[in-house]
Design a protein around this ligand. Structure first.
Ligand code: SF4
Length: 78
């Protein structure tokens, strides 16, 4: 991971099953919306272990973390 580049978090809300795992793991970056599905908590963020973990633990792979400048996928790592 490059470290200093801003990152953008997206959630495929059609896939999200509202488990809340991501919001518990990375509350600075992911929150549950009133409809019970996750949504990014802020328009841009920075790399963190919590954010990577949240993206990788989502049971339906609904979370993507990308480099804001290049669009390269940063997490999940598969
Ligand atoms: S971990 Fe995945 S399924 Fe669970 S609330 Fe977050 S985005 Fe939705």
């Amino acid at each position: 991971m490059s470290g200093t580049s801003p990152l953008v978090v997206t959630v495929d809300r059609a896939r999200c099953i509202g488990s809340g795992l991501c919001a518990r793991t990375a509350p600075a970056d992911l929150a549950l919306a009133p409809d019970g599905r996750a949504t990014p908590a802020r328009p841009a963020t920075a790399a963190s272990a919590e954010l990577t973990e949240a993206a990788e633990m989502c049971p339906v792979e609904a979370i993507a973390v990308r480099d804001a400048a290049t669009g390269a996928l940063v997490a999940p790592a598969w």
